[in-house]
Design a binder for this molecule. Sequence first.
Ligand code: NAD
Length: 373
Amino acid sequence: MKIGILKEPKGEARVALLPEAVKTLLSWGTEVIVESGAGQGSFVSDGTYETTGATIAPREAILTTADMICCIQSLSTSEISQMKSSAVLLAQMGALYNLDLTKFLLEEKRTAFSMELVPRTTRAQSMDVLSSMATVSGYKAALLAASSLPRFFPMFMTAAGSITPARVLVIGAGVAGLQAIATAKRLGATVYAFDVRRAAKEEVLSIGAKFIDVEGAKEDKGAGGYAVEQSEEYIQKQKDTIHEHAQKADAIITTAQIPGRKAPLLVEERTVLAMKPGSVIIDLAASSGGNCALSQPDQTIEINGVRIFGVDNLATQLPQDASKMYGKNYLNFLKLIIKDGAIHLNFEDDIVLGTCVCHAGEAKSPRVAQILN
Ligand code: NAD
């Protein structure tokens, strides 16, 4: 069985599987073909892939001959059409949002797995690309805040005077938020954070940040530990609390998301206008609607001296480790669908079922099936 690894499109520096992961695939009795230049963004040469035992090939040859194609960003419909009809496609396709692509895959009776669908269960944790990439993004968001501020993050006591530490406010203390908090703390900032989940308070305190309490959050045990949509009244209370804290902050990092929903709007325009000139907002939720009213996905805008970074896919800015983590997630997942060097799909496994967009003309993931009904 041939596994193809493709070069990602322009703007994406990561690669789905680095040579270290290829070695493992080869040890499972598979053949691996890699598109020339696939590792370039992560500073890995074709030669390094070749020394592991992989073959370098042009894109078209991979698309038309591979039994399984692994990538991060999804392929276009025309490229999917070039794949063998029995081939399996694995990518992060946003299957619940990019419905035209999902429908195309279904109609074409393709077998496709979308990595963001990996169920968020304990057993699936080692395959969860959303978590690993959130770790990278949270870290990078804190660095971006530190490098964009016109002042220091840490406190300094020097002969040239004393500098007070920067004050950072992190909104949403999930995987990305906790990493942003930890990184900002390591850089010496004073960090405040809040989240609607009660469990987040303990985690925030344990890494040395101060927790901002907003009473009355709704929690749902059935949501698997994730946030649920809050009442209008609660969101308004949050907005008022953020408004108060934002005026003292040098940097705000927002990461608040609700699975499958538009991100909650928490930093209002009046709040941005009340912030100190020179301060920054890093909105990690920009591509899912934004936590800040003024953020624009993939753009930096400036209002009254406050810069708002609407960042999307910060993970691509740390391609070596991001690819390493992505590859590890991929391998852990591939272990479930490759047996004795061949593809083996066991839909009784909840992770295989939950991650599969479609197979043989049928939507397999219950989440995909539900959205199409
Ligand atoms: P996420 O990306 O969906 O959301 C980010 C954070 O935003 C969450 O902490 C959420 O509570 C918070 N949020 C949502 N609405 C908010 C609001 N109005 N105000 C403030 N904060 C708000 O979530 P995530 O970071 O991927 O994960 C959240 C939790 O789930 C974490 O505790 C994580 O450890 C856990 N998790 C478990 C698994 C697993 O078991 N496989 C996988 C991933 C995450």
